[in-house]
Design a protein around this ligand. Structure first.
Ligand code: G3P
Length: 217
């Protein structure tokens, strides 16, 4: 299972990278804006900076919503670094663009996926990753994990190579449940990843070991 961090914050990306468990980064226009990264040149520079910190795939999202401009934008993003994965919205032109990039050997991540049918289309288009947003489904009283499970079944039925990148992760249990279902990748805020570290019995046990060691010396 790959661990991606879902942020454009360089400090958090460095922290996850230093932990030694990071396989990649996902960003989106909202996450870039949250870090105050605006304007095309700054955005492109920021993607380059992210690629310097991590070794794995870095999803960079297109803003265009029509095929021609998605291709133009995606090609420019892909030319920045071979770690860049062109992130495309799950709309008709996004599917067409995923097929185009797949034919050219450029990696894609089809985002804003909320149904099994959308995920099936993304796989048919040859997307490298599909991003079902499980937290946003949970937010509207719909079972996000069930969607991950449905996509897993469908992809396994046909041996689709598209990787399920569970996105919109809200907490550590989402990560654990995705691992049980067999999502290929999770992308998560740093807090949910570091949350996996914690257990009170670990802290209590370590205190006791260290105290006992002190007494014996
Ligand atoms: O990368 C996109 C996705 O993870 C969004 O998450 O928390 O805005 O629903 P969220």
């Amino acid at each position: 299972m790959k661990f991606f961090i879902d942020t454009a914050n360089l400090e958090q990306i460095k922290e996850a990278q230093d932990l030694g468990i990071l396989d990649g980064v996902t960003t989106n226009p909202s996450l870039m804006a949250k870090e105050g990264i605006t304007g095309k040149d700054n955005i492109l520079k920021h993607y380059k900076n992210i690629c310097e910190i991590v070794d794995g795939d870095v999803s960079a999202e297109v803003i265009a919503t029509d095929f021609d401009n998605m291709i133009k934008e995606g090609e420019e993003l892909a030319s920045l670094n071979n770690q860049i994965v062109v992130k495309l919205p799950m709309i008709k032109d996004g599917v067409k663009a995923a097929k185009y990039f797949s034919n050219k050997g450029i990696k894609t991540n089809v985002t804003l996926v909320f149904s099994a049918g959308q995920a099936l289309l993304a796989a048919k288009a040859g997307a490298t990753y599909v991003s079902p947003f499980l937290g946003r489904l949970d937010d509207i009283s719909t079972d996000g994990l069930n969607l991950i499970s449905e996509i897993r079944d469908i992809y396994d039925n046909y041996d689709f190579s598209t990787e399920i990148l569970a996105a919109s992760i809200r907490h550590t249990m989402h990560i654990i449940d995705c691992a049980k279902i067999g999502a290929d990748v999770i992308t998560s805020p740093l807090s949910s990843i570091t949350g996996l570290l914690k257990h009170p019995l670990t802290d209590i046990g370590l205190d006791k070991f260290l105290n006992d060691h002190k007494k014996g010396n």
